[in-house]
Ligand binder design. Structure first.
Ligand SMILES: [Mg+2]
Length: 192
């Protein structure tokens, strides 16, 4: 049995989770790869055989559930639109993601210039999830690894936990942890 999942507002708490760099490892493309004229180094997996779930993720998701949190994936996945990967490889990766004990999955497949409301750093996916599930965003957390995760989380009113990596040393969040198990510990100690 977990804690009372409802806050005093009668709404639920959620942990929003980014995918790449949080659930699974990112992939090093080296020095000379460009996407949409922007140099990229660490990217999402573009093939199913590049997809590797990080250690301890399944257990951490269970723990979030026991703490009374909904576990909701909110991920930008523009690589099919950008032509970096096929829909088939994307679907194979997401089939593995769907095996995890997530309560819901929100994906923005749009490109940078599509002008959508869902692509992080906009908070659209978090707000949609809050409406669908009755979530108190001010009592919820976002776990991410990039500036767009932090901005989306802040815009939605959530607390932000950053998974530490070499590319995000300059970013500030409410907490910095090395993995999802540590995020569980932090949230357990900082439920508000
Ligand atoms: Mg990420």
């Amino acid at each position: 049995m977990g804690r009372n999942p409802k806050t005093e507002t009668g709404l639920r708490r959620a942990v929003f989770l980014d995918r790449d760099g949080v659930i699974n490892d990112t992939v090093d493309r080296g020095e000379n790869v460009f996407v949409q004229d922007k140099k990229v180094r660490w990217t999402a997996p573009w093939r199913h055989d590049e997809f590797h779930c990080k250690d301890g993720v399944a257990v951490a998701l269970e723990e979030f559930g026991k703490l009374g949190f909904l576990k909701i994936l909110v991920t930008n996945q523009p690589d099919v639109v950008y032509g970096n990967m096929s829909q088939l490889e994307y679907d194979k990766i997401m089939a593995d993601i769907k095996e995890l004990s997530l309560d819901d999955i929100f994906v923005c497949m749009h490109g940078r210039d599509d002008g959508c409301e869902c692509k992080k750093p906009k908070p659209g996916m978090l707000i949609s999830a809050a409406q669908k599930w009755g979530i108190d965003l001010k009592k919820s957390f976002m776990v991410g690894d990039s500036e767009s995760d932090i901005k989306a989380s802040q815009a939605a009113g959530c607390k932000t936990i950053l998974i530490d990596c070499a590319q995000n040393k300059n970013l500030k969040a409410d907490a910095r942890v090395t993995n999802l198990s540590e995020a569980v510990r932090y949230i357990h100690e900082n439920i508000y």
